[in-house]
Ligand binder design. Structure first.
Ligand code: PMP
Ligand code: GLU
Length: 399
C-alpha cells in the first residue's frame, strides 16, 4: 500500500499551519526545551465552572444519546434568541444548525454551496482553514488582500471589482483571525450594498470572535436589511466561552442553506456532542461574567504586547481592535542572516524564532500575507513578556 492511493482532493489540501506549529511546539517541549507557545488561537482560560457543571449534570442524567442532527431544540431556540437580541438577526430556530465547531459549520456551508470552480472571494489576511475547506469542496479561492497600511481591511470597491459570474460567496471574519481587525459599521454597510446588487452571492460572516471586540459594539453584516436573506452567520463557543475542546459551532442562514447543511451533517457526523449542547444552552441563557472578564484581560495583554513589540526595531504593528492576535509586518528582516540561516520570508522568520528563542508563532504565509507573522496573546502576561523579550534578543543577533 502506498500514499499514491490517496485522492487528489486530499493531496492538494495543505495541513493546518496553526495546528502544525502547535504540534512542533509540543514536540520541542517534550524534548525538554522551555517553549512558549503563542501559535495556537485558543483562550488560555478554563471553561467557566457553571458551564462545566451543566455538562456534568447532563451526563449524570443520562443525556448521552444521539441528538437531532441540527442540534437540540432548546439550543437552537437559544441561538435564534441570541441572534435576535444581540445581533439584530432574524433566524428562526429551524434556520440554525449546530455542528462540531465553527470549522465544521464552514465545511458544511461550502460543501453545500460550491460546485467545481465556483469562486469564493476571501478577504485576506484570512484564517488558514478557509482556503483549504473551499478547496476540499472543489471551489476556487479568490484572495483580496489588504496590508497593514489599510489596517488589513479590504474596501467594498475592491470587492465589487473582484465579482465575476462565477462568484458564489464572500467570506471573511470580523473581528479577524489573524489580524485582529474589525470591520466598522460603515465598512460593512458598504460591503452589504455591493453584495445586495448580486443576489447570487452569499455572504459567509465568521463572527466567532464577536465577544472579543474592543470597539464597544459588534455589528453583524446580516443585520443590514439589503443582505438579510443573503447572509449566513457563523459563530461558536470556542472563543467567547473558552470552550475550544467542547467542539461546538453554529450557523444561522437562509432556510434552504440550513437544510442543506443539515443534510451534509447527517451523513458525516450525525451532529454535535449531546452534553456539550446542554452546557452551551445554559451558556447562552445565562449572562456569565467570565466572557467580559476574559475580554478585559485580553485587552490589557494586547496593550502590553503591542508596546513591547513596538520597541523591537523593524517590527511594524497596527492597532488590532478585536480577537487575541497581533499581526506584525516583519519584512524589514528579510535578507538578514544568523550564523545558521538567512531570513527570506515570514516562514524563515518564524523558524528562526522557534529554533533560537523557543517561541512558537505562525508565519503570515499561512494566512495569505508573507510579510507578517501572527502572535496569539491568549497566554499569561508573564509568558508574553518573556516571549517578546526572547524574540527581541535573538532578532538583535541578525546581521
Ligand atoms: N473561524 C475562525 C476565524 C477561527 O479562528 C476559528 C478557530 N479555530 C474557527 C473558525 C473555528 O473554531 P471552532 O471550530 O473551534 O469552533
Ligand atoms: N482558530 C485557532 C487558530 O487560528 C485554532 C486552531 C485552528 O483550528 O486553526 O489558531
Amino acid at each position: 500500500m502506498s500514499s499514491n492511493l490517496l485522492s487528489q482532493r486530499v493531496v492538494r489540501m495543505a495541513e493546518s499551519e496553526t495546528l502544525k506549529m502547535s504540534q512542533m511546539a509540543r514536540e520541542l517541549k517534550a524534548k525538554g526545551h522551555e517553549v512558549i507557545n503563542l501559535s495556537i488561537g485558543e483562550p488560555d482560560f478554563d471553561t467557566p465552572d457553571a458551564i462545566k457543571q451543566v455538562a456534568k449534570d447532563a451526563l449524570d442524567a443520562g443525556f448521552t444519546k444521539y441528538t437531532p442532527v441540527p442540534g437540540i431544540p432548546e439550543l437552537r431556540e437559544a441561538i435564534s434568541k441570541k441572534f435576535k437580541e444581540e445581533n439584530n438577526l432574524d433566524y428562526k430556530a429551524s434556520q440554525i444548525v449546530v455542528s462540531n465547531g465553527a470549522k465544521q459549520t464552514l465545511a458544511n456551508i461550502f460543501l453545500s454551496l460550491l460546485d467545481q470552480d465556483d469562486e469564493v472571494i476571501v478577504l485576506a489576511p484570512y484564517w488558514v482553514s478557509y482556503s483549504e475547506i473551499i478547496k476540499l469542496a472543489e471551489g476556487k479561492t479568490v484572495l483580496l488582500k489588504a496590508g497593514i497600511e489599510s489596517d488589513f481591511k479590504v474596501s467594498a470597491e475592491d470587492i465589487e471589482k473582484a465579482i465575476t459570474p462565477k462568484t458564489k460567496a464572500l467570506l471573511f471574519s470580523s473581528p479577524c483571525n489573524p489580524t485582529g481587525s474589525v470591520y466598522l459599521e460603515s465598512e460593512l454597510k458598504a460591503i452589504a450594498q455591493v453584495i445586495s446588487k448580486h443576489p447570487g452571492i452569499i455572504i459567509v460572516a465568521d463572527e466567532i470572535y464577536e465577544y472579543i471586540n474592543f470597539t464597544g459594539k459588534h455589528i453583524s453584516i446580516g443585520s443590514f436589511p439589503e443582505v438579510k436573506d443573503q447572509t449566513v452567520t457563523v459563530n461558536g463557543f470556542s472563543k467567547g466561552y473558552a470552550m475550544t475542546g467542547w467542539r461546538l459551532g453554529y450557523m444561522g442562514g437562509p432556510q434552504w442553506l440550513s437544510d442543506a447543511c443539515n443534510k451534509v451533517q447527517g451523513q458525516i457526523t450525525s451532529g454535535a456532542n449531546s452534553f456539550s449542547q446542554k452546557a452551551a444552552t445554559f451558556a447562552l441563557q445565562t449572562k456569565l461574567p467570565e466572557t467580559e472578564l476574559m475580554k478585559t484581560a485580553f485587552l490589557k495583554r494586547r496593550d502590553m504586547v503591542l508596546q513591547l513589540l513596538q520597541e523591537i526595531p523593524g517590527v511594524k504593528v497596527n492597532l488590532p481592535l478585536g480577537a487575541f492576535y497581533i499581526f506584525p509586518d516583519i519584512s524589514a528582516y528579510f535578507g538578514k542572516k544568523s550564523d545558521k540561516m538567512e531570513i527570506n520570508n515570514a516562514t524563515d522568520f518564524c523558524d528562526y524564532i522557534l529554533q533560537e528563542a523557543f517561541v512558537a508563532v505562525v508565519s503570515g504565509a499561512a494566512f495569505g500575507a508573507d510579510e507578517c507573522f501572527r502572535i496569539s496573546y491568549a497566554a499569561s502576561e508573564a509568558e508574553l513578556k518573556e516571549a517578546v523579550a526572547r524574540m527581541a534578543r535573538v532578532l538583535a543577533l541578525l546581521k
